[in-house]
Ligand binder design. Structure first.
Ligand code: UDP
Length: 236
């Protein structure tokens, strides 16, 4: 497969065309941003870790019946994925109050939620990714009702699978963000990434943060924490 012209550069990844019109190449960067781009920096080794962690989790999810965009990891930082049009929603799944939810509802961070919370944000940097509900989503045609039903059902299932999987390596899955895409025939598949950039991972015993909050909150130790997540999931 040939790496052709760059199609897109995002905050954490670049996307290139390939000689197969149905496949694109994702190239993960070490660049880190927080607060909708307000804070910028680098987390050394992040691109390699997020590429490898995402691929290993997507492969595992595929074996459990979740369709994903994953095709093949071709280098430390590069992966071939099915070309999709991204559904312009960030789907957030929460098990424990943290971050913006803790603030919004006045719950101390770490409060276990009695049931899983699903939230949607409309992907628009200029608007700061505002939270929307299913009525907004239908009204602006971000997704159809049928698509949203599939997205919600996959998201709950992914939460169950990932929570159990991470528990075995002493990681508590606090919350995470998913993105979905449409294949040419309209099929919804899981896209984007599942990594310490997009999930809150806490050590099950010490409750130490093993994710991007270390960078967002200037706590330090993010490089080591990302390495630790890779070690626990991939054994290296
Ligand atoms: N998240 C993300 N990208 C975003 C916003 C949130 O990956 O643009 C993830 C974040 O890592 C966390 C979850 O979604 O695991 C919930 O984030 P929250 O709404 O609490 O926002 P934050 O406090 O991170 O700004």
């Amino acid at each position: 497969m040939k790496k052709l012209e760059q199609l897109y550069e995002g905050k954490a990844k670049k996307v290139f065309a390939t000689d197969d019109p149905e496949i694109v190449l994702v190239d993960y960067k070490d660049d880190a941003t927080a607060g909708n781009g307000a804070k910028k920096g680098t987390i050394r080794g992040k691109g390699v870790i997020n590429n490898r962690v995402t691929n290993s989790l997507m492969k595992m999810l595929e074996t459990k019946g979740i369709p994903t965009h994953f095709v093949e990891e071709i280098s430390e930082r590069e992966t071939l994925v099915k070309k999709v049009t991204i559904v312009p929603l960030e789907v957030i799944v929460r098990n424990v109050a943290a971050g913006s939810l803790a603030k919004r509802l006045g719950l101390p961070e770490g409060t276990k939620l009695k049931s899983t919370v699903l939230e949607y944000c409309y992907k628009d940097d200029a608007l700061g990714d505002p939270m929307v509900n299913e009525y907004h989503i239908a009204a602006i045609e971000a997704a159809t009702k049928a698509e949203l039903d599939i997205i919600a059902s996959y998201s709950f299932k992914i939460n169950e699978i990932l929570t159990a999987y991470l528990k075995d390596v002493n990681i508590e899955l606090i919350d995470f963000k998913l993105e979905y895409g449409r294949l040419a025939d309209g099929t919804i598949v899981l896209a984007d990434e599942i990594s310490p950039d997009t999930c809150r991972f806490w050590d099950s015993i010490t409750h130490q943060h093993l994710d991007k909050d270390l960078f967002r909150r200037d706590l330090g130790g993010e490089e080591e924490a990302y390495q630790e997540v890779m070690k626990r999931l991939l054994g290296e």
